[in-house]
Design a protein around this ligand. Structure first.
Ligand code: ADP
Ligand code: MG
Length: 474
């Protein structure tokens, strides 16, 4: 049999960071069981849903960022099914008239090429509650009931598990950047169902698909799809047929298991929710949201390459985290941008990690980091000394210049002083000098180390190295 190919489509759920629920005034927040469940969320008869405007605004915001069509008219529909944690007996969702249509997410695929992941639709819906299973009984917690979600449905256009994970990473960064969701994956604030089928590449019909539910980490997305691809492939190569079903991923066993046979749309008996009027968005409303859109991550990344000459890797790291990007720009206004990027993604990030601090808690203001970078560039201090200075800046809150003056850390750049230093060290190490003259240039590193030690790390490395070679070949 010819080599087989996977086809993957994702249904991604993003929990919106609104203060209240999608259709009630209860706080959109987990708490003691059932603390944040209004009558509407409990599904009590006679209660009526009222749409949360903030959720609509966030949906439009994400839609504009994804290049989706924001529908001027959309509708809420009831999706009927029975579940203990769904007291109404239906979920309010959107069906044939979603709020967003189309759009795409641009990722870098396994080969490092740009790939447009095209989107079918994105709709607003409420989450269900939770069943909590205890030893002898199960309990229902409705705090999650009515939580606003956006469901993003991709076309079946992916072919590698790693690309599906890349798609989730990209979306994760985007929704956080836009402040649409905090997207904490362990909390399930961003999760996806992965649909996968297997067929010969270029086959006119895709294979039968299975759906893996609720994947809530990038790694699980990749592993579950990988597992499922191999499972389908084995069945097909043995001449069998894949059963269309919904499966669960067991991250401990690293395998998928059947959960239920797939419902078809007809099972849900969708119909427009009579309690909610159609959602009508005016052109002015959409334009007003458009006018508040920040510069998008991809655009910002390109600008970093052009304006600052950063490497793609550094630009991506900075842009993936909006506060970090803002910190960088503030620092780059003071010190050389490329050196700032290098120090922020390197030493500063390491320092934050060591102190388990977020950027908000960073004790070094961006302007101060920029000033430190300027001192390095001017040759006042070496990179090595700058690392110590950075630590002291964190501990004391003082700026670099003050610390350097106080501790006498200025880099030794004076040619005469450096010449003397080099000559002293060469005198102390006649053996190494002899070896060098016999062609063992590796001893240079040893001699440089000695000089650095002698100067307490303050010798200007570039000048010292030049003088050292000069004296050795004299
Ligand atoms: P459903 O009716 O089950 O919701 P949809 O047609 O809406 O199915 O598709 C749901 C998801 O499944 C989408 O992300 C879509 O890209 C994906 N999908 C559909 N057909 C296939 C297939 N043959 N292989 C892989 N993914 C598929
Ligand atoms: Mg569907």
């Amino acid at each position: 049999m010819a080599v087989l190919q996977a086809t993957i489509g994702l249904e991604i759920h993003v929990q919106l960071t609104t203060r209240s629920k999608l259709f009630s005034t209860a706080a959109n927040h987990p708490d003691a069981p059932n603390r944040n469940a209004a009558y509407v969320d409990q599904g009590l008869p006679g209660t009526l849903p009222v749409l949360n405007q903030e959720a609509v605004r966030l949906a439009v915001r994400l839609g504009l960022a994804l290049g989706a069509r924001v529908c001027r008219r959309s509708e809420f529909a009831r999706k009927n099914y029975f579940y203990p944690d769904l007291p109404k007996g239906y979920q309010i969702s959107q069906y044939d008239h979603p709020v967003l249509q189309g759009g795409a997410l641009c990722i870098r695929d396994v080969q490092g090429q740009a790939l447009q992941v095209t989107l079918e639709r994105t709709h607003l819906e409420e989450d269900a509650g939770k069943s909590v299973h205890h030893q002898a009984y199960s309990a229902i917690d409705l705090n999650r009931a009515g939580t606003p979600l956006l469901e993003i449905v991709t076309e079946p256009c992916l072919h590698h598990a790693a690309d599906a994970a890349a798609c989730m990473r990209k979306l994760h960064a985007l929704v956080r950047y836009l402040e649409v969701s905090t997207a904490n994956m362990e909390q399930g604030e961003l999760r996806c169902d992965a649909n996968i089928s297997v067929a010969a590449p270029g086959a006119t019909r895709l294979g039968a698909r299975t759906e893996i539910k609720n994947l809530n980490s990038f790694r699980f997305v990749e592993r579950a799809i990988e597992y499922e691809f191999h499972r389908h492939t084995e069945i097909l190569e043995a001449g069998g047929t894949v059963t269309r079903e919904t499966r669960l991923y067991d991250s401990g066993q690293q395998q998928t298991r059947p959960m239920r046979s797939k419902e078809t749309e007809a099972d849900y008996r969708y119909f427009p929710d009579p309690d909610l009027p159609p959602l009508i968005l005016s052109a002015e409303y959409i334009a007003a949201i458009q006018s508040t859109m920040p510069e998008l991550p991809d655009a910002r990344c390109s600008r970093y390459l052009e304006q600052y000459g950063l490497t793609p890797g550094e630009a991506e790291t900075l842009v993936a985290d909006r506060p970090l990007a803002e910190y960088f720009e503030a620092a780059a206004a003071v010190g050389d941008a490329r050196t700032c990027a290098h120090w922020i993604t390197g030493a500063l990030t390491a320092l934050l990690k060591r102190h388990t601090a977020t950027l908000d808690e960073c004790r070094i203001a961006p302007g101060k980091l920029g000033a430190l970078v300027a001192l390095i560039r001017r040759g006042v201090i070496s990179g090595k000394v700058a690392r110590q200075v950075l630590e002291t800046m964190w501990d004391s809150g003082a700026d670099a210049e003050t610390i350097i003056a106080r501790e006498g850390l200025t880099q030794l750049s004076d040619v005469q002083e450096l010449e003397t230093l080099v000559a002293q060290v060469l005198q102390e190490c006649p053996e190494q000098v002899e070896q060098y003259r016999q062609g063992r240039t590796q001893v240079l590193a040893f001699l440089m180390g000695r000089i650095m030690q002698r100067s307490r790390g303050q010798a200007n490395p570039a000048r010292t190295s030049a003088l050292l070679k000069q004296q050795l070949s004299a």
